[in-house]
Design a protein. Structure first.
Length: 411
């Protein structure tokens, strides 16, 4: 009697990015031990890949700095690496972002996992949602979920599900699972960080990503909140640590500055948390700290990730469901023909500018950034031709971002 050939194990590609995204992918992979895994740093294609190689994207997860940190983590944990998924043959892709969806995975089933808090929605967000030929990355993470190039989108909470649906994501593809690294903030109380009862400042890489940041004014406000208490700064991994440390010590010479270390453990030990644009605000709110942030704290509480201690396991269940269903490859989002034709005529700058102004002049365009998109409308990746629409950066606001405190006013 002849023996049947052993069943071949299915393969999953995990696309990583920042250290936070990479550790999330690793936790999900641990829950999928019955499958073969491979990991890759975040990557793009075409012009994006050319810019990455030319070191023009060092302020993003595509840059060599954050890419090296990702690879160091993968190598340290002896995880199999397949650069850019070149070996192929994958049955599923799990990715940390859909702002760029590489061409070589677009015919594969994809699970998108929310990383953390989103960038504030502004004019670039409105333009990307209205002019679907624009690449999503122009608006930062505010456009997460709008590509439509995934089968499932695993999000942090019911509040985020509602937000993504309002932004234009397809509700039937969203699964509320919680997100690894933010599903059990209580575990950070067990740590060896030596200080307690201090004021912690978790800064952001706003300047490195071309956002406005009056750092001297921010430091002064932190000193006002501290009011003589010990002040500790934890810098963002993407910040220019040398410059940031110098600026802090000019105004707060006694402050401690950490460029590395676990920010979440520091938050667990602090009395007061001050953040700018950082997902660490979730940890502070979850642990009941006194929190100051540029984000609206009432909104943060509504969006707070589920504290279910099982996000990676829940996401793994979503992956198994897709693999068992053997669904066909992701259908590419399609633009309505009329809209596509109109957008393709935007190659002339004057017409492009007129179209952009028209998109922003519709009633409620700026007053309702979370309004639903057109029914059934799908997000298109676009071409580089529309880059001329945003060739000139938006004007910087004259005032610093609003400061949200436990008393809902500036300190």
């Amino acid at each position: 009697m002849s023996q049947s050939a052993p069943t071949q194990r299915q393969k999953i590609l995990f696309i990583c990015g920042s250290l936070n995204q990479t550790t999330q992918m690793h936790q999900i992979a641990r829950e999928l031990g019955e499958y073969d895994h491979a990991f890759t740093p975040f990557y793009g294609h075409g012009a994006i890949e050319a810019l990455r190689r030319a070191r023009c994207l060092e302020f993003t997860v595509l840059g060599y700095k954050l890419r090296r940190r990702c690879l160091d983590y993968l190598e340290r944990h002896r995880l199999p690496i397949d650069f850019h998924g070149r070996s192929g043959g994958y049955d599923l892709v799990v990715t940390c972002s859909d702002l760029i969806v590489p061409r070589n995975i677009r015919k594969m089933p994809v699970v998108l996992v929310q990383e953390g808090i989103l960038d504030p929605a502004g004019i670039p967000f409105l333009l990307c949602r209205k002019l679907r030929i624009l690449p999503l990355w122009l608006a930062g993470t505010s456009t997460t979920g709008l590509s439509g190039r995934y089968q499932r989108f695993c999000v942090a909470s019911d509040g985020y599900r509602d937000l993504f649906v309002r932004n234009g994501a397809l509700a039937e593809r969203i699964a509320v699972t919680g997100i690894p690294n933010f599903d059990d903030c209580g575990r950070f109380h067990c740590n060896e960080f030596p200080y307690r009862g201090f004021v912690l400042v978790c800064s952001s890489d706003a300047r490195e990503t071309f956002k406005r940041d009056d750092r001297r004014a921010f430091i002064q406000r932190c000193l006002d909140v501290a009011a003589g208490r010990r002040l500790i700064f934890k810098l963002h991994p993407n910040e220019n640590a040398e410059r940031a440390t110098r600026e802090i010590h000019e105004l707060a010479p006694s402050a401690l500055v950490y460029a590395t270390g676990c920010a979440e453990e520091m938050i667990a030990n602090c009395d007061v948390l001050i953040t700018q644009y950082s997902s660490t605000v979730f940890v502070g709110v979850a642990l009941g700290k006194e929190v100051y942030s540029y984000f609206d704290l009432a909104e943060v509480r509504r969006l707070l990730p589920l504290q279910n201690r099982s996000a990676a396991r829940n996401i793994a269940a979503v992956c198994r469901e897709l693999l068992a269903a053997d669904e066909p490859a992701a259908a590419r989002p399609r633009l309505p023909l009329l809209q596509a034709g109109a957008l393709l005529r935007l190659s002339r700058p004057r017409r492009a500018a007129a179209a952009a102004r028209a998109a922003l002049s519709e009633p409620g365009a700026l007053s309702q950034p979370g309004a639903p998109s057109e029914p059934g409308a799908a997000r298109h990746g676009g071409t580089s031709r529309a880059l001329s629409l945003l060739a000139r950066p938006p004007r910087r606001p004259r005032r610093s971002p609003s400061w949200h405190s436990p008393r809902s006013r500036r300190p």
